[in-house]
Design a binder for this molecule. Structure first.
Ligand code: 0RA
Length: 208
């Protein structure tokens, strides 16, 4: 099966089809729309940061649970590439955030296969969020884009300079999708403890 993104029109069709599929059948992607599914969103985002840590590029991940029900996951990994995706002609960050990826396993010809499973879950999280924001620090710059229910609502833009690297994703789960929007600090902390035991040298901070 061919699942490459070879042109802009392939890309825009994939974005809309993907968003629709995920929002129509969230359970297929995150298991449920209850507590479990809600927490799964956080694990999907963190998985990408853990991949950076496993590859030796990231030693700190911080998670913030905000009062409005949104969550921020920030890592000091390499950052999502900030250039234009060679096949799509769109910013790679936008492609990662808005396109469903088979994730290397079934998609061996894809750009993303090279980096492992990067970007697999983050577009699902984006599709199921009232809003999501990504900030990438890379190549001397700070870059930002915002999305609503999976679709970009701002241009991908450079907002400043930095010599740091990393990725920060903030998302607010969509009340049109989830039965509950309340994160359990306990549940998240239990999972992060496990993840930090499995990844020696990795620091995971959580702020409620
Ligand atoms: C695509 C390619 C590379 C890294 C990432 C995505 C990436 C995604 C996320 C999501 C959260 N944190 C992340 N960190 C990295 C590889 C980058 C390279 O080859 O330099």
């Amino acid at each position: 099966m061919k699942k490459e993104l070879n042109s802009y029109s392939d890309y825009s069709i994939r974005v809309l089809e993907g968003l629709e599929a995920v929002r129509q059948r969230p359970g297929m992607y995150i298991g449920s729309v209850g507590q479990r599914g809600l927490h799964h969103l956080v694990y999907e985002v963190i998985d990408n940061s853990i991949d950076e840590a496993s590859a030796g590029y990231c030693d700190t991940i911080s998670i913030i649970i905000h009062i409005d029900g949104s969550v921020t996951v920030e890592d000091n990994g390499r950052g999502i590439p900030v250039g234009i995706h060679p096949k799509v002609g769109k910013p790679t960050v936008e492609v990662v955030m808005t396109t469903l990826h088979a994730g290397g396993k079934f998609d061996s010809g894809s750009y993303f296969a090279s980096g492992g499973l990067h970007g697999v879950g983050v577009s699902v999280v984006n599709a199921l969020s009232e809003f999501a924001e990504v900030t990438v620090k890379r190549d001397g710059g700070v870059y930002y884009q915002k999305y609503e229910r999976g679709q970009a609502v701002t241009e991908f833009q450079r907002t400043g300079n930095t010599n740091k690297r990393g990725t920060k994703v903030t998302f607010k789960p969509d009340n049109q999708i989830f039965e509950t929007l309340e994160f359990s600090y306990e549940t998240l902390t239990r999972r992060f403890r496990e993840l930090s035991f499995l990844n020696s040298g990795l620091r995971i901070k959580i702020t409620d």
